[in-house]
Design a binder for this molecule. Structure first.
Ligand code: UD1
Length: 427
């Protein structure tokens, strides 16, 4: 299994390209199931999760074709054609590896009138149930059956009537499934307390390009008129605001200066505001965002929240960064119940972090020291990379497959801006 080796202490400086957003890609790809015409997605990131999702679409009968991709290019173009579906089931083997597989549920019910998806089971960052996904489909008229670890959703007479969906808790995935199921329903659907993440705006914009009727895009109430059919489209995946935020933290923790080319400041306001509060200079320009840190970091008090609040997907990276702040920071995780698994690993590098329930107190230390550490989930892994970049000596991050799910060519991007980082194989 590959490891990443970092010799810390280098100040990062230069231009760093931001890839297409993983979480947008994973909800745009299943949109292809809603039409028999091709959906072409541009700026898709080169990531393990995108490949896995492609395989899942293939199993359902869709073809996936990657065009004009030279290995050195960032951003791929993929055309998905679901002329005819040959299956309506997402099996355990795939769902287990990639929880986002649940996002075929809505479009399969929308297109084929039925879908069977394995229950995802436990996950490193908490229970992550799918009750809200099922509740939404039920409220739109689907019958739900649970058996042998699988959930089957069926539309009466092959087509969902539509209805009023009201979420008790904001859920990104459940909102995405509800939107994808509603766009081809017989009637209208109103979704209340919808998630407002930029990836959901991207999803709605892509569906509108495919002929869907959606109003209230970007707000907590979405009104959708079902269409008899959608058509193909070409759509560009939005930039990855979490990747951009992670590299902004890399500039901050190394006292460096990075130009995040292609980042969209408007989608990452809470992250940028927190960086500014920590004393980092942020400059927005037409090609992206410049991040410069030179005067030490101030401590922060932050609580994760649904968009437009501070993203749970940025919590681990900020925690690593705040290990180098001048004073004590307080972080509260409100979205997932078990999202502090990076804490013991950061402690092995000299961090001073105390966790009580959902709150972590991070006391800044004079220095972090390199160590062998173990990645536990995607964003936790990035926090270890960040700590490694700022630590004295050598850090070896194991279980790199977590990073490969969500950071396109991480070591290449970081070494191009001055990091001493390499991937080493087992052999
Ligand atoms: C998505 C993102 C993930 C991000 C998260 C929150 C993707 C592929 N993943 O995950 O990176 O961390 O949003 O911004 O886009 N919940 C329920 N029942 C449900 C669904 C969710 O109780 O049926 C709870 C979850 O346990 C969690 C909260 O709702 O406590 C929010 O989860 P949700 O927004 O659904 O996260 P995901 O869509 O899984």
């Amino acid at each position: 299994m590959d490891r990443i080796l970092i010799r810390g202490g280098n100040r990062l400086a230069g231009r760093l390209p931001i890839s297409g957003a993983k979480n947008a890609a994973l909800t745009l790809m299943p949109c292809a199931l809603l039409t028999d015409e091709p959906l072409t997605l541009r700026n898709l990131p080169r990531l393990a999760d995108v490949d896995s999702f492609g395989h899942l679409l293939n199993q359902l009968g869709a073809s996936t074709q990657i065009e004009g991709a030279r290995p050195e290019d960032f951003g791929r173009v993929m055309t998905v054609r679901a002329g005819r579906l040959t299956a309506t089931e997402a099996p355990y083997d795939i769902v287990r590896k990639m929880r986002a597989s649940i996002l075929v549920l809505g479009p399969l019910v929308g297109r084929a009138g039925e879908a069977t998806v394995s229950l995802p089971g436990g996950c490193a960052i908490g229970n992550r149930p799918i009750d809200l996904h099922l509740k939404a489909l039920e409220e739109m008229g689907a019958a739900i059956e649970l058996a042998a670890g699988y959930v089957k959703a069926t539309a009466p007479g092959g087509r969902l009537p539509g209805g009023r969906v009201s979420f008790p808790v904001v859920s990104v995935g459940a909102t995405e499934n509800a939107v994808m199921a509603a766009v081809t329903a017989k009637g209208g659907t109103r979704i209340e307390n919808a998630a407002r993440e930029p990836e959901i705006v991207d999803l709605c914009n892509c569906l509108v390009a495919m002929g869907a009727s959606i109003s209230g895009i970007g707000t907590e109430t979405l009104e959708i008129e079902g269409r008899d059919r959608l058509h193909g489209a070409t759509y560009r995946v939005m930039p990855d605001r979490i990747e951009a935020g992670s590299y902004a933290c890399a500039a901050a923790i190394t006292g460096g200066s990075l130009d995040l080319v292609g980042a969209d400041a408007g989608d990452m306001r809470a992250t940028l505001d927190a960086l500014i509060e920590a004393g980092v200079t942020i400059e927005e320009h037409k090609d992206g965002v410049r991040v410069e840190a030179s005067n030490g970091l101030a401590p922060l008090t932050l609580s994760t929240a649904p968009y437009p609040g501070f993203a749970t997907d940025m919590q681990a990276q900020f925690m690593a960064m705040l290990c180098k702040a001048n004073g004590a920071s307080v972080l509260t995780e409100t979205i997932f119940e078990n999202r502090y698994m990076h804490v013991p690993e950061l402690a092995r590098m000299g961090a001073d972090i105390q966790v009580r329930g959902r709150t972590a107190v991070v006391r800044g230390v004079d220095k972090l020291v390199g160590a062998p550490v173990m990645a536990t989930d995607l964003r936790a892994s990035m926090s270890l990379i960040l700590a490694g970049l700022a630590a004295e000596g050598e850090t070896v991050v194991q279980r790199v497959y977590h990073l490969d799910r969500g950071y396109e060519r991480l070591e290449e991007k970081l070494s191009a801006v001055g990091a001493d980082i390499e991937r080493v194989g087992d052999g």
